[in-house]
Unconditional design. Structure first.
Length: 392
């Protein structure tokens, strides 16, 4: 039987026993260590989940994190600590920065329900990962053909204003209609395109399709901006602003119809060059949005230097805002910061009405997420837009 395997490392036998009991009920094969040194000596790299106490006598949890990073461990990691949640957060950051899969944290004392929920979710993931192992990223040659054979298409997800709920824009999200595997999401093939120098071609295919859609909506009396995701590689072409200018002109559109979403990480890669390009794009009237904000490393100074008109709070904070006070505080702070710097603030990953209302009350300008609409093909988006505008 294919049972997921869980290891607990905690010097308190009672607590380790409790975790094992809950994990056992959730379907895991369990093992416990009350001594981190012993775990390190004996670990055979075969766990699906490791539950790690940060504070232990002798070797502590941070040292175990370093060990796991050193062996390129891809196991899901849950951290537990008796300290305040600030300590858990720093340890979490330390773990993710070293490439570990951080799956969640628990503050002692924690409840049965919290642990049970976390372990159930991970067990489902472990099982589906085992099933999907045969389906990895498609080979680069297939992707190259796909670009030639028009197998890429766009889905659109609306961004709505929180003040009156009007639709201001849609984000274009690329998909690959694969002849054998069906519709594939971008996380599966964008990294392949980036690694093999195909991302520029891909971006231009996306831009052409987005502009054609924009033109068609315009003809139907629908004015919406389109946001397009930009990879760092594309931000390195110095003639980008001129090419973009030509593109919008060819479709009879204005630059202000286009928003480029750039992640903090992309921006930082060659800061001077990207700033040159971004500044000239902005001067031509294109809009710029800083994507996945809060997950990268940009400082306030850099944010201020770059000519962004919008900031998108990463969906991880929004999806956590109900149960995590730090996420809530980060959202509140980013809203104030964005406004002080003269930017519109967007929350992505909004999945509930409660979150939508909370964000509106916090002064957030725009929201995007499954609760409002899932990404959908152009035709369905048109219907959605017409309906939303008449009802909303
Ligand atoms: P992103 O820019 O952060 O895009 C938002 C992602 O969040 C989309 O996933 C969207 O489907 C998903 N999402 C939206 N609302 C919700 C929600 O309420 N809950 C949850 N759990 N998820 C939500 P998708 O379409 O799979 O795109 C993933 C990433 O792929 C994008 O992240 C973006 O970084 C990249 N990407 C997509 N299209 C392009 C493209 O044309 N070019 C480039 N370079 N990257 C792209
Ligand atoms: Ca985006
Ligand atoms: Ca994002």
């Amino acid at each position: 039987m294919n049972q997921p395997r869980l290891i607990v490392i905690d010097d308190e036998p009672d607590l380790a026993g409790f975790v094992c009991e809950v994990a056992g009920q959730t379907g895991y094969a369990v093992e416990q260590y009350h001594n981190a040194g012993l775990f390190i000596e004996q670990y055979d790299k075969r766990a699906d989940v490791i539950v790690l106490d940060l504070m232990m006598p002798g070797m502590d949890g941070v040292e175990v994190i370093r060990f796991l990073a050193g062996i390129d461990c891809d196991t899901q990691l849950i951290l537990i600590s008796g300290f305040d949640s600030g300590v858990l957060h720093s340890a979490q950051k330390l773990a993710t920065e070293q490439g570990l899969n951080f799956a969640g944290s628990l503050n002692k004392p924690f409840r049965y329900d919290d642990l049970h929920k976390l372990l159930s979710e991970l067990s489902i993931m472990a099982k589906s990962a085992a099933r999907q192992i045969a389906f990895e990223a498609p080979p680069v040659d297939e992707l190259r053909d796909a670009l030639k054979n028009n197998e890429l298409l766009l889905h659109y997800q609306p961004k709505v204003g929180l003040n009156g709920y009007s639709v201001t824009a849609v984000e274009a999200l690329v998909r690959w209609q694969h002849p054998v595997h069906g519709l594939l999401g971008p996380d599966l093939f964008i990294p392949v395109a980036e690694k093999h120098g195909l991302i520029d071609d891909l971006t231009w295919i996306v831009l052409e399709q987005a502009m054609a859609q924009c033109q068609s909506w315009g003809e139907q009396g629908l004015t919406v901006q389109i946001a397009v995701n930009m990879s760092s590689n594309t931000l390195k072409e110095l003639d980008l602003p001129e090419r973009m200018g030509d593109l919008v002109q060819r479709y009879g559109q204005e630059p202000s119809q286009l928003i480029f979403e750039v992640t903090e990480t992309a921006l930082m890669q060659e800061l001077t060059k990207s700033l040159d390009i971004l500044t000239r794009l902005r001067m031509r009237g294109f809009h710029l949005s800083i994507d996945d904000f809060g997950t990268g490393y940009s400082s306030l100074v850099q944010l201020h230097r770059a000519p962004f008109s919008e900031i998108k709070i990463d969906r991880s904070f929004v999806m956590d805002m109900d149960r995590d006070k730090e996420s809530y505080a980060i959202i509140e702070t980013v809203i104030v910061l964005g406004h002080k710097l003269g930017m519109k603030v967007v929350a992505e990953g909004v999945e509930t009405q409660a979150n939508l209302e909370q964000l509106a009350a916090m002064g957030c300008d725009l929201a995007q997420g499954y609760h409002i609409a899932r990404p959908q093909p152009g035709v369905a988006t048109t219907v959605w837009l017409v309906e939303y505008n008449t009802v909303g």
